[in-house]
Design a protein around this ligand. Structure first.
Ligand code: ADP
Length: 247
């Protein structure tokens, strides 16, 4: 089986500044990869390059061994199977959970405004129910998203991504601002989403959380790969300790 994501000699340049500098890595299906590194290391820019938000200046990003994401525009990358959750949820608080999930599905298929607000058909409803179960909110379909807690809003947004059945899921600091209990539930959710057909990439500062969820950890520093491996080894690696302590 080909890897979910291949980053091949990627550079992303802003003016003369290389935020990502000839970076190569690959991420297998069925795994969770954490991307860590000090502020300014290039973590966000790497995800921005995958989603087409900050286009590659050099190199290629290949999905599933065949789709060259670096040739595509942002909406095409979503349709190709890449879902990204930003730190701040972009749910519609005035709508119900079911309506939010239905909209997430339809916006990907470029429905007209009128189509966006049709009542969901039975197939769509079944998919919505499955996603609600996955995110631990079965039976909540007709509640307003505005009443959800911070953690629940984050899970709903993950649910909105799941409506499009992404093969690569990119999560930007998924437990920022969460309580310990919400963090635990998010770890369980990410483990449940780590199916053989999917790869998950997480940017995260909470190292305890990284240790719980990540199969492998990529440490970036100044736009380059510093170290890659399992968290146990990475966290005691002298080069990693050095960049984190700034020595
Ligand atoms: P991280 O997510 O690891 O904190 P970023 O990817 O956000 O790092 O940023 C990497 C570097 O690129 C930083 O020095 C940042 O200032 C710079 N950078 C990011 N985006 C832009 C941009 N749009 N224009 C100019 N510089 C940018």
């Amino acid at each position: 089986m080909s890897e979910a994501l291949l980053i091949d000699n990627l550079s992303v340049t802003f003016g003369s500044f290389k935020a990502i500098n000839e970076l190569s890595l690959y991420i297998d299906y069925g795994t969770v990869r954490a991307v860590i590194g000090p502020n300014g290391a290039g973590k966000t820019t790497l995800l921005d390059a995958v989603t087409g938000k900050s286009p590659a200046t050099k190199g290629r990003i290949i999905l599933d061994g065949r789709t060259e994401l670096t040739e595509l525009k942002e909406p095409e990358i979503v349709l190709a199977g890449v879902g990204r959750k930003f730190q701040k949820p972009s749910i519609f608080e005035a709508l119900t959970l079911e309506q939010n999930l239905a909209l997430a599905l339809r916006s990907a298929s470029r429905s007209s405004i009128a189509e966006m607000f049709h009542r969901p058909g039975s197939e769509e409803l079944a998919r919505i129910q499955t996603v609600l179960e996955t995110i631990g909110m079965a039976g909540w379909g007709d509640r307003s998203a505005g009443i959800l807690s911070h953690g629940q809003k984050q899970w709903l947004e993950i649910g909105m991504l799941l409506m499009q059945e992404p093969r690569v899921l990119l999560l930007d600091e998924p437990v920022a601002g969460m309580s310990d209990e919400e963090t635990d539930r998010t770890a369980e959710l990410i483990m449940a989403l780590r199916t053989p057909e999917r790869a998950i990439v997480v940017i995260e500062h909470d190292m305890g959380f990284v240790e719980r969820i990540a199969d492998r950890v990529t440490v970036l520093h100044e736009g380059q790969l510093l170290v890659e491996g399992q968290m146990e080894a990475v966290k005691v690696n002298p080069r990693v300790v050095e960049v984190y302590l700034g020595r």
